[in-house]
Design a protein around this ligand. Sequence first.
Ligand SMILES: NC(=O)C1=CN([C@@H]2O[C@H](COP(=O)(O)OP(=O)(O)OC[C@H]3O[C@@H](n4cnc5c(N)ncnc54)[C@H](O)[C@@H]3O)[C@@H](O)[C@H]2O)C=CC1
Ligand SMILES: O=C(O)C(=O)Cc1ccc(O)cc1
Length: 314
Amino acid sequence: MSESFRTPAPAGAAPQPGPRADAPLFDRVAFIGIGLIGSSLARAVAHHNLARSTVCTAKDPEHLEVAHGLKLTTDTAPTIAEAVRDADLVVVCVPVGAYAEVAEQLKGNLKPGVILSDVGSTKTSTVRDLAPILPEGAHLVPGHPIAGTEHSGPAAGFAELFIDRWCILTPPPGTDPAAVEKVAALWRAIGSWIEVMEPEHHDKVLGITSHLPHLIAYTIVGTATDLEEDLKQEVIKFSASGFRDFTRIAASDPVMWRDVFLNNREAVLEIMQRFTEDLTALQRAIRRGEAETLEALFTRTRAIRRAIIDAKQA
Ligand SMILES: NC(=O)C1=CN([C@@H]2O[C@H](COP(=O)(O)OP(=O)(O)OC[C@H]3O[C@@H](n4cnc5c(N)ncnc54)[C@H](O)[C@@H]3O)[C@@H](O)[C@H]2O)C=CC1
Ligand SMILES: O=C(O)C(=O)Cc1ccc(O)cc1
């Protein structure tokens, strides 16, 4: 495992309880979707010997071919029904907009006692779509690794993606704690830090820390591409690091992010409202030449950046 992927423990991280697993935690893990996140998880599960066997399925036939060619899982399956038949852990790794369609195909095909989990970026929608098809005695333990890149597909994944990253679990009330602990143990074994929270709270927090920043990146790069041609060429040529950082984020998968915004509508609209009010205040300060207002804001935001860095180094 490469040290270069290691990052400091997340700010405010608590010590993780218990040792990392050194024997298979599951008999058979099924991955529904084998893109960036599914394939990274499959690689990490194999690397850490966390399942006796694994299987994947995907809507894109070429993803299954790549998964087979790279031996990402022990087996590949042409349908969801076939993939999940003998699995004691099923992890849904598809865009959140496809969950309802996946749920229809999971219905009636899950093994008794199965743990159903996922990696989706929005969690209220996960519970909405997956909880209704859960058979008696099965457990729903939704998850969200706060780790990723702007790339997608099975070839883009890597086993070290989740090291020193948070994984947030959002089990519905009454979920068997042993099932939650088993999923937590898997993520811990591949290097992640665990936090458990309610789905609605997750969606508010991620609305600010992940969804709004992506929306801003899509907007700023969209604005630049709408410029007249000669100006656009100069933006590309002289693009300073600020704009370049935005272009990386704005290169993220269009389908995945379309689904995130449509499935976290409420939290995103609320934070967008506050953001546009703050932007308007800034616009007024610039128009009126209010130097102190601008400097006071930039001083406050610089302090937040320093607090994050200091907390990581502590
Ligand atoms: N890309 C990222 O940085 C992160 C993504 N996530 C979440 O992980 C999930 C997967 O994202 P990626 O791996 O990036 O996507 P991806 O585009 O790389 O892979 C998606 C996979 O799902 C399969 N798929 C799509 N619709 C399907 C359906 N109806 N039935 C069966 N398979 C289907 C595709 O064939 C593909 O194998 C999403 O819910 C996303 O919100 C979570 C953290 C980070
Ligand atoms: O690449 C980046 O900067 C990311 O922000 C990765 C990411 C994307 C989506 C998630 O739900 C979690 C993490």
